[in-house]
Structure formats: C-alpha cells, structure tokens
Design a binder for this molecule. Sequence first.
Ligand SMILES: N[C@@H](CCC(=O)N[C@@H](CS)C(=O)NCC(=O)O)C(=O)O
Length: 215
Amino acid sequence: MHLYSGPLSLFAAKARIALEEKGLAHELTQVEWSLKNRYEPHHPEVAHLNPKGEVPVLVDGDVVVYDSTLICEYLEERNPTPALFPTDHATRARCRQQEAAADEVWFPHIWTLIEARVYPGGDPESAAAKAACSALASYWTQFDQELGKADYYCGDFSVADIGSFIFTNAAASFGAPLPESCERMRAWRDRVAARPAVEKITNDLNTAALAAISA
Ligand SMILES: N[C@@H](CCC(=O)N[C@@H](CS)C(=O)NCC(=O)O)C(=O)O
C-alpha cells in the first residue's frame, strides 16, 4: 500500500494512525507544503488520483481511496483486526457520527484559528478567532460529558478517538486547549496520546510544524 500524505495534514494523520494501529506495511509520500504556497502546485500523482487534489490518498494495488474517513473504512474492511470500529450497529453509528463531527463540525473552527494564527495577515484577536475558541470550548464540554467514565469514546479505541484526538491536539496548539474542568477528556487525551501509533504520528506532525516555523 502507498499513502500520499502531507507533513502537516491532520486528515492524513488520521489515515496514518489507522495504518499504524493495524500494523499495515505501507510506503509514504509526503507531498510538498509551504506557508507561502500551501499545497500548490499539487503533487502530480495526487492531482491525478483525487479530483479534489487533496491528501490523504491511499493506493492499494488497483484500489484508490481518497478522503480520510473512507480510507479508515477501507482499511477496516480490508484488515478487520485489530478493529477500529465497534461491532454493534448503534455504537458503530455513534462512532461514525463523532468522527464526522470532528471533521466537519470541529475542524472548520480549527481552520479559522489556523488562518488567524499561522498564515500571514491573520489576526489571533479577531472576532472570528474568538468565536472559534468559544465554539470549541463548548464542544470540549460536550465531549467530556459524552465520554462519561469510558476510557475511549465508544468503549474500545476506535476511529472516533483518532479523529477527535487529532483535532483536539491541533486546537490546543492554536489557542483552544482543553480546560481543566474537562477532566475526563484530558485523561482521554493523555490515554490516546500514549498509544504508540498515535505518539509516532503526533511526533511527525510536531517535527514538521517546527520545520515549517523555522523555514
Ligand atoms: N475530507 C478530506 C479533507 C482532506 C483535506 O482537506 N486535505 C488537505 C490537507 S489537510 C489538502 O490536501 N488540501 C489541498 C489543497 O488545499 O489544495 C479528508 O477527510 O481526507
């Protein structure tokens, strides 16, 4: 298998963690990214394989899958163990819903913070950045309550934890950390961070972030 990733791509990090958790051998291509040009020009293979021009893209023989959510689902069906999705339909739906919420409800606010804090011309004190921090704070409180006493969001570790962790971790770097009041979520974050697969990919993201800052 071959994964096209991006050194700072949070979506690609989700796919990378799933591959590592399942212990699946793969080659990795990190496409170019810079503060100035972002992903332009797109990597030619990514442009060819994904009409959206985005990473991650997984190539497995003749099979091409783009989109982190679909890649995680493909990997689960290809290699069901260790499982990254719950088995019963209701918990599986809850898992998928949280993974989608992290991508589509949390991430837009994190993107607002990235634009405000990382890219030239952004204003970390803007009304939009403040609104993003306050929206994320309410999602953290909600997640903390939903987690209850469970170690992981759906009981066992799943893709809901992968996506939620990646975006929670990024949000903390961009001004929306977990408050002390979210004790259960903070313990969950530490538990997820300590998993070898997660630690490996988080270290790669941190190294890439440092390189981008000092470039
Ligand atoms: N929904 C997609 C989102 C993927 C995405 O937004 N990828 C970004 C990097 S994090 C990208 O490749 N952007 C290319 C561009 O902006 O041109 C997924 O889950 O994989």
